[in-house]
Design a protein around this ligand. Structure first.
Ligand SMILES: *C/C=C(C)/C=C/C=C(C)/C=C/C1=C(C)CCCC1(C)C
Length: 243
């Protein structure tokens, strides 16, 4: 890949056609702005909803810090910052499971549901890391295991016990749950597509080759900030109606 950078002191020079570097830079700013937005909005909510918005702020804040590292790593080495990427995910994806759990708590969600979702998301990420970074020549195999864990999460929230709790809660909670379900089905599906574009496997015959980081960066912006905004607007509605 053509990506020439020279380092002058602390700031690396980015090539004007380095779109990967561009998305890393925009990612830093977007995550940082989103985190500031969520944190600064906290006071306007009822206590019960504050924790949910706080978690949205933590997710985007953790991502912002990792994006600063990933941006620098890319600028310095012109290769995927896979390690930092997965450290970010292993922290933020379980926090997204916490978001699901917190909004369903009003309908009586038990911690067992939370742990089930966290365990499956950790399986999804650890096996994805194996395929992407450790056993690269078995990327298709590890991607398949990871995909199975992903489908279990999709099943759980769309049709399983999480869905039943959302139905029991009804109203704004049910609506927010539905939107979050679409995020997981469509927004999260960008990740396995990026994985297939950037690794070697049977799918290379129909998957266009592409930059894995552009796909992941776009997906992160949609999912982390979008997810947070859904929670934010639920909290706004709930706090206004109780006032
Ligand atoms: C904020 C970060 C998020 C929401 C990350 C989500 C990541 C995934 C849904 C990754 C899924 C993968 C597969 C389903 C198969 C291939 C390997 C992965 C890890 C890219």
């Amino acid at each position: 890949m053509e990506n020439l950078q020279m380092t002058y002191g602390m700031v690396s020079k980015l090539n004007p056609t380095d779109y990967v570097g561009f998305t890393f830079f925009v990612g830093c700013m977007a995550m940082m702005a989103a985190a500031a937005f969520f944190f600064l909005s906290l006071n306007q909510f009822d206590k019960k909803w504050r924790t949910s918005v706080l978690v949205s702020g933590l997710i985007t804040f953790i991502a912002a810090v990792h994006y600063f590292y990933m941006r620098d790593y890319w600028a310095a080495h012109a290769e995927s910052p896979t390690f930092f990427r997965y450290v970010d995910w292993i922290l933020t994806v379980p926090l997204m499971c916490v978001e699901f759990y917190l909004i369903l708590k009003v309908a009586g969600a038990k911690p067992a549901l939370l742990w089930k979702m966290i365990i499956f998301s950790v399986i999804m990420l650890v096996t994805g890391y194996f395929g992407e970074a450790v056993y690269k020549d078995q990327a298709a195999f590890w991607g398949f295991i990871s995909g199975a864990a992903y489908f279990y999460i999709v099943y759980e929230i769309w049709l399983g016990s999480a869905k039943k709790l959302a139905l029991a809660a009804g109203g704004d909670v049910l609506k927010a749950h539905k939107i979050l379900c679409w995020f997981v089905l469509v927004g999260w599906a960008i990740y396995p597509i990026g994985y297939m574009m950037g690794t070697t496997g049977w799918y290379n015959s129909f998957m266009p080759e592409g930059n894995i980081d552009v796909a992941y960066n776009i997906a992160d912006a949609i999912n982390k900030i979008g997810f947070g905004l859904v929670i934010y607007s639920l909290a706004v509605k709930k706090s206004v109606s109780n006032a």
